[in-house]
Write a protein that binds this ligand. Sequence first.
Ligand code: HEC
Length: 205
Amino acid sequence: MNRGLTLFVGILATFTLAWAGLVLIPYLQFGRVTDYVSEETGQTLPPPMSGLAQRGHEVYAAEGCVYCHSQQVRGESQGSDLARGWGVRRTVARDYIGERPHFLGTMRTGPDLSNIGRRQSSVEWHHKHLYRPQSVSPGSVMPPFRFLYSLRKIVGEPSADALKLDGLDAPPPGWEVVPTPDAKALVAYLLSLDRSYPLPEAPTE
Ligand code: HEC
């Protein structure tokens, strides 16, 4: 009995269908998505990222933030993301066209960050949180990213960037904790995360 041809066609069909489902159909659906120029305001949406935020995007990738944080907000019918205050609308493909790679994420050990720049816009809060998450979010299981900060001796005037730390985190007298360029870029990226602009396929009202 020779089933060679059947087997070959079967395997070919399996791979072709998988390729069509995972590559071809998504490409036809999203391959030509471009940014959108709002007729009302003339603004390009999603807004282009600043250079510093772009650098922060790389730090976000390098530090593995995506392992614990998603950046995708589901619609009302698909979950409670909107009710949790993670966004004002669901996110859509167009929200990610300027980002390579994008950080949709698969795990939510921490909250979704699609709109963190809107939810928490304080630079100081973000630095304190990255330095020791528990200092602003008691009981947090997020690891500290203290290596993004440097402890240095104050020479002359203290730095304007120095973190205002107290209690457990306070540096010894005469010393200060300052963000490294990576920490500053990362916070600029977090503040840039605001996907609350309306798109034709995802209106906000
Ligand atoms: C091991 C998992 C884990 C990793 C890795 C992680 N986080 Fe978190 N993150 C959490 C958890 C849990 C919370 C919720 C508690 C809190 O606010 O600290 C959180 C909260 C946050 C918040 C506040 C969200 C809100 O809605 O208030 C921000 C901002 C944040 N993380 C940014 C980052 C960034 C940036 C990185 C990478 C440098 C990172 N996280 C890495 C687990 C993680």
